[in-house]
Design a protein around this ligand. Structure first.
Ligand SMILES: [Zn+2]
Length: 270
């Protein structure tokens, strides 16, 4: 069974625990959040009350899978100051995930230098001192352009090879990077399985694309409203993806949530 959900906001006054309430209201079977504001490097510790609230509410929902998306400021391939800030920020997310009982932390591999990116990801895990039941750290494929690492699945495979790192596959990014999801969704899944191995891909970001095939542009569209279109249904319903966690990072409003969840549930035959 596919466990699906949305990327939810933590901006309300209940913070991270408020996201669990929203997941319940929307009838989600999984959800994703930022662990802190995505616009600043600043971070503050979780309060014991919030941690307890988050855990208790999620437990009430049957402990549905939860994901933390690393800050978009993080660039593990950068040099100097930004690299250090990135590693600390990611370690902070991993520690918060561990405290909240969140199973996955997902990060974009960053720019320019693959060796530094891999070293940064491993360093963040080490700094977070993850227990054996700690969160998994996932590197996400990117749309490419401007030295973004990880748009070619073979490069992503090299980044995670021989490490405990896993992979998140984003359909919008793959399409933007030149994977023919609009014409051959199952073929793209074959490639993902062959190059990375689906056992190493617990999480799918299911997004349509506002830009055309191979545009290298990362702008997500609502389901059926982008350039990938209905072929995403064939991708999603391939038996090889059963058991995966699927998160939509589509634009958000009451109407858009209703539209995307309606389409998704229809595709899943619910
Ligand atoms: Zn994504």
């Amino acid at each position: 069974m596919i466990r699906y959900g949305l990327h939810l906001s933590i901006a309300g006054k209940e913070g991270r625990a408020g996201a669990v309430r929203e997941a319940e209201l929307l009838g989600l079977r999984a959800f994703q959040i930022y662990a802190k504001s995505p616009r600043t490097w600043k971070t503050r510790p979780l309060s014991p009350g919030e941690t307890e609230d988050f855990r208790a509410r999620r437990e009430n929902l049957g402990a549905i899978p939860a994901v933390i998306h690393a800050s978009p400021l993080v660039d593990l391939g950068a040099r100097g100051d930004v690299w250090e800030k990135s590693v600390f920020s990611l370690a902070d997310d991993l520690m918060k995930a561990q405290a909240l009982g969140v199973g996955y932390v997902v990060v974009h591999p960053g720019s320019s230098d693959p060796e530094r990116a891999r070293e940064g990801a491993l360093k963040a895990r080490e700094l977070a001192a993850l227990g054996s039941n700690g969160p998994k750290l996932l590197l996400e494929n990117t749309a490419g352009g401007k030295e973004h690492l990880g748009c070619d699945l073979r490069d992503l495979a090299r980044l995670v090879e021989g490490t405990p790192l896993q992979v998140c596959f984003d359909t919008c990014h793959a399409f933007a990077a030149g994977y023919r999801l609009h014409e051959d969704p199952r073929g793209v899944l074959d490639a993902l399985d062959e190059v990375i191995g689906l056992g190493r891909v617990p999480l799918i970001h299911l997004n349509d694309s506002r830009h055309d095939f191979a545009s290298q542009k990362d702008q997500h569209a609502n389901l059926l409203e982008g350039h990938i279109g209905p072929a995403l249904a064939d991708f999603l319903t391939d038996a090889r993806l059963s058991g995966k966690v699927v998160i939509l990072e589509t634009p958000r409003s009451v109407q858009e949530d209703a539209h995307n969840l309606r389409v998704l549930r229809e595709w899943l035959g619910e």
